[in-house]
Design a protein around this ligand. Sequence first.
Ligand code: ZN
Length: 142
Amino acid sequence: MRLVFSGHQVNPPPLRYVGQRVAAPTYGDTNGSFRHNGTYYQDQDVLTVSFNLEILIVNGLDPATQASVMAHEEEHRRDFAEQAERLRLAIHRALRQGRDHQIDARWDWFNYDLREAANAYHRRVGQGDIIPNNEPGRPRPV
Ligand SMILES: [Zn+2]
């Protein structure tokens, strides 16, 4: 089994302007949003994990607010970059040791960890919503 892991290191991510609010906020922010748009699939003996990073920001913010929203979303991107690298290494290690990659469970825990990081960040800076985050039903893979 081979791992192809890509798209996680794009920095800065493409910026996209949206309307008045961010619809379906990823981590509880409504003036901006960092999205990894990640997917994975297995085909024969190749496991492909890919990301398509983007930052959404609402139109018409004053420059100071826009800069502050960008800095906030950049923090989410940094958390993501750390967790994505951790995910890559864990899958790589499992495959090298001849174990199952357990991508379904890893993916659930990866997104859980991202929401936890976002909530911790929001609590620390007093900005952004605290989003509900239940532990995945499957055990955390080692
Ligand atoms: Zn946030």
